[in-house]
Design a protein. Sequence first.
Length: 206
Amino acid sequence: MQQYPSQLLEKAVNEFSKLPGIGRKTALRLVLFLLRQDPDMVFGFGNTLIELRRDIKYCQVCHTISDTDVCSICADENREQGVICVVENIKEVMAIENTRQYRGYYHVLGGVISPMDGVGPNHLQIDSLVKRVESGAIKEVILALSTTMEGDTTNFYIYRKLAHTGVNISTIARGVSIGDEIEYTDEVTLGRSIANRVSFQDTFKI
């Protein structure tokens, strides 16, 4: 086991190694890098993380990460009214926005249904989506979840939950390969998949 000359150093390495994709060797390099930097830079780095965790909000409408109670997208009245794009998390919102092919609103679920991981419908923002659609102001719901088994399961669950509303439910075109994560899809392909979306009901015939 790695021996550290300082308990403070070891504690810092332990904390960094809790981050996804960061092993102990990488964590040690990061900690040593910070130690070589100007104290003001390190303090600023630390304070930014503290402020992020303390002050970050989640939009009361779409549940994306925001600095305010209602995010800038939901507050933008110039966007296409009555259209909601359902995504897994904030990374998909950013990816779709970068395509500049979509001008509607979003609804962030906070994950997908995954029984193997202990994630069920009640853990996601599905009920709030149903309430938004039931308000009568929504004319189309675009299901833009990753084309994985979990994503498809979530799509079908939402489709069943919204069936009584009569709203048009579509899904992104399969220009996104089966099994692909939305956030890693190139902007051109993703943009075309949004623009060429198809009725979700028609996907049963594919």
